[in-house]
Design a protein around this ligand. Structure first.
Ligand code: PRP
Ligand code: URA
Length: 210
C-alpha cells in the first residue's frame, strides 16, 4: 500500500523555512537542501531490515545488528534532485546513484525526459528517488514508470522537500508501492503549476540560474 509521511522534526521545519525565504542565497539554499536530505534519509530508511551478526569487541563476542537485504540506489531527478544526493550519500556512502534527466514543459507542465543512466543492477535495489518539488506529480510519476520499466518491482521511496496535495494524489493513484516522504504538504498549485507557498523554482535556486 502506498504511504505518505510528513516530516515533523524541528530541525527539518527550521531549515525548510530558510529555504522558503526568497532572500536566502544560493549557498545557504544549497546547504539547507543537502542537510534536510540527510535528515530525511534517516527517516526514510527507518524500516530497513536488520540481521544479527557476531562482533568481537575487545571484551567478548557481542550479538549485534547490521543492515541486510537489498542494497540501495539513490536516483535524483535532474537538475534539482542533484541538490539532495550528497545528503543521502553522507548517510549511505555505498549507495549507487542513477540519474534521470527531465524538465517540465512550461506550457503543458508535462515532464520532458532527456537523460537516464542507472546502475546495471537497479532492478535488485531499493530505490530512493530524490527531487525537492512534487508539484503536479508528472515528473515523479514519469520516474516511477521508468523505474518499473527497468524491472524495479519492489517499493520505491520518494523524498521531496515540498509537495502539493494534487501531486501527492496523482502519485498515489499511479502506483501502489510508493512511499512519499515530504517535509511539508503545501496549499496547492498556482496557474503556472508552481507550489503555493512553495519555495520557487528549486533548480534555479540550487544552481543560481534565475
Ligand atoms: C522541477 C522539480 C521537479 C518538477 C516538479 O523541475 O525539480 O522535477 O519541476 O514538477 P511536477 O511535479 O509538476 O512534475 P524542473 O522541470 O523545473 O527542472 P529543473 O530541475 O531542471 O529545474
Ligand atoms: N518546480 C519547482 O521548482 N517549483 C515548483 O513550485 C513547481 C515545480
Amino acid at each position: 500500500m502506498a504511504t505518505v509521511h510528513e516530516m515533523d522534526h524541528p530541525l527539518i521545519k527550521h531549515k525548510l523555512s530558510l529555504m522558503r525565504d526568497k532572500t536566502t542565497g544560493v549557498k545557504e539554499f544549497r546547504e539547507a537542501a543537502s542537510e534536510i536530505a540527510m535528515l530525511m534519509c534517516y527517516e526514510a530508511t527507518r524500516d530497513l531490515p536488520l540481521a544479527d551478526v557476531d562482533v568481537e569487541t575487545p571484551i567478548c563476542t557481542a550479538r549485534c545488528k547490521q543492515v541486510s537485504g537489498k542494497k540501495l540506489a539513490v536516483v535524483p531527478i535532474l537538475r534539482a534532485g542533484l541538490g539532495m544526493v550528497d545528503g543521502v550519500l553522507d548517510l549511505i556512502p555505498a549507495a549507487r546513484v542513477g540519474h534521470l534527466g527531465m524538465y517540465r514543459n512550461e506550457e503543458t507542465h508535462e515532464p520532458v525526459p532527456y537523460y537516464d543512466k542507472m546502475p546495471e543492477d537497479i532492478a535488485n535495489r531499493t530505490v530512493l528517488v530524490v527531487d525537492p518539488m512534487l508539484a503536479t506529480g508528472g515528473s515523479i510519476i514519469s520516474a516511477v514508470t521508468y523505474l518499473r520499466s527497468r524491472g524495479v518491482t519492489g517499493e520505491i521511496k520518494l523524498m521531496v522537500l515540498v509537495a502539493a496535495p494534487e501531486g501527492i494524489d496523482a502519485v498515489l493513484a499511479a502506483d501502489d508501492n510508493v512511499h512519499i516522504y515530504t517535509c511539508a504538504i503545501d496549499e496547492g498549485l498556482n496557474s503556472a503549476a508552481y507550489i503555493v507557498p512553495g519555495l520557487g523554482d528549486a533548480g534555479d535556486r540550487i544552481f543560481g540560474t534565475e
